[in-house]
Design a protein around this ligand. Structure first.
Ligand SMILES: Nc1ncnc2c1ncn2[C@@H]1O[C@H](COP(=O)(O)OP(=O)(O)OP(=O)(O)O)[C@@H](O)[C@H]1O
Ligand SMILES: O=C(O)[C@H](O)COP(=O)(O)O
Length: 400
């Protein structure tokens, strides 16, 4: 990236220095408060370990959920425990993110020690990007590292405001890797480049489809949004999800693909259900044969074959959004088949990028996560990046 990164800082820049490190430890918890997926914590380890090895005093700051004021259920205590297990060293945890107690605990840190501040969103000033609050966060540190890719699309005090008070302000290794895949690999791709876009609604993916249409050779569309395209073509879609106010948009996206010579592939058959339920009755029909009263919940076997053939020669593939209602096993086959196809082409050297959100959950569910080139830790942030938007948490960093 054109921004300064941690790789640009040597041990002499870091030894004995207090580094404020923004991480995204917004991880899912079960009803008993146990962490169900620690991917985001693991993803921050290279940055944390590089800093500790170079003798920095590491002060981690993260949000957790969307609290309105202090909320005991959204304290970062379980995260500190998991991080400590992963690092194999004690992580000092504070009960606040600013103030005298924090200053005392930071003051007591030895080189190479790690401290985790309490959930920064307990202060409303965080999301307001309040300059006084940013100044207080910065007061305990000498330099700033942003490695919170999942929150880089937010202009908050700990992601953006704080850079005005700390120098240098650099990106961490996770941010660097996310940009390498979600930006560089697509800006200058090894071709053919395919984009696979799924999920429920076309309205939430307009920006990303339009941006990718400018770059890709093949655009594969699945998920609930296909029915808006079909209805726009005049097909009967039964009770399937349709956005009536996006019919013209669907037509214009198809026209744009044609104009740009992009091969736009929609499913040829679908699995329809008699209601939206895991145990619904189902049947596979061609797309011009959807019965009244039934709804499409997955792509069919013929579509899977067509998509697999289209992907076979691709050198770069970016995937965002499931092909069907993969949360129900009966309607997960399309999404799982795409995950397997990407794992196969990955083995043959293709770059496969999973752009956040539910497709990440789908790839993890089938145990293929480690076979992809890159799995983004950002949902909203990865979509905004793919749409070509600038992320405030990255814009604010020092130029390289
Ligand atoms: N045919 C369909 N009908 C209705 N819902 C569908 C259909 N296909 C997929 N979905 C639903 O779409 C949802 C995912 O859509 P969304 O647009 O949120 O995707 P995403 O971008 O991967 O996720 P996120 O919003 O977390 O980034 C899933 O919960 C899935 O069940
Ligand atoms: O989970 C996420 O997408 C990030 O942590 C950002 O969280 P937010 O949408 O609450 O800002």
């Amino acid at each position: 990236m054109s921004k300064k990164t941690l790789a640009n800082l040597s041990a002499s820049d870091l030894s004995g220095k207090r580094a404020l490190v923004r991480v995204d430890f917004n991880v899912p918890l079960d009803d008993s408060g146990n962490i169900t997926d620690d991917t985001r914590i693991r993803a921050a380890l290279p940055t944390i370990q590089d800093l500790t090895q170079k003798g920095a005093k590491v002060i981690l700051v993260s949000h957790f959920g969307r609290p309105k004021g202090v909320d005991d259920k959204l304290r970062l205590t379980p995260v500190a425990k998991r991080l400590s297990d992963l690092l194999g060293q004690e992580v000092v945890k504070t009960d606040d993110s600013i103030g005298d107690d924090v200053a005392a605990k930071v003051g007591a840190l030895q080189n190479g020690q790690v401290l985790l501040l309490e959930n920064v969103r307990f202060y409303k000033e965080e999301e307001k990007n309040d300059p006084e609050f940013a100044k207080k966060l910065a007061a305990n540190a000498d330099l700033y590292v942003n490695d919170a890719f999942g929150t880089a699309h937010r202009a908050h005090a700990s992601t953006e405001g704080v850079t005005k008070y700390l120098s240098p302000s650099v990106g961490g290794y996770l941010i660097e890797k996310e940009l390498q895949y979600l930006q560089s690999a697509i800006a200058d791709p090894q071709r053919p480049l395919a984009a696979i876009i799924g999920g429920s609604k076309v309205s939430s993916k307009i920006g990303v489809i339009e941006a990718l249409l400018e770059k890709c050779d093949k655009l594969i569309i699945g998920g609930g949004m296909i029915f808006t395209f079909y209805k726009a073509r005049g097909l009967n879609v039964g009770k399937s999800l349709v956005e009536e106010d996006k019919l013209e948009l669907a037509k214009s996206l198809e026209a744009k693909a044609k104009e740009r010579g992009v091969d736009l592939l929609l499913p040829t058959d679908v699995v329809v259900a008699d209601n939206f339920a895991a145990d619904a009755n189902s049947q596979t029909v061609s797309i011009d044969n959807i019965p009244d009263g039934w709804m499409g919940l997955d792509i069919g076997p013929d579509s899977i074959k067509v998509f697999q053939e289209a992907l076979a020669d691709c050198k770069t593939v970016i995937w965002n959004g499931p092909m069907g209602v993969f949360e129900f096993d009966k309607f997960a086959a399309g999404t799982e088949a795409i995950a397997h196809t990407l794992a196969d082409i990955s083995k043959k050297g293709a770059i496969t990028i999973i752009g956040g959100g539910d497709s990440v959950a789908a790839v993890e569910k089938v145990g293929l996560a480690d076979q992809m080139s890159h799995i983004s830790t950002g949902g909203g942030a990865s979509l905004e990046l793919l749409e070509g938007k600038e992320l405030p948490g990255i814009v604010a960093l020092d130029e390289a």
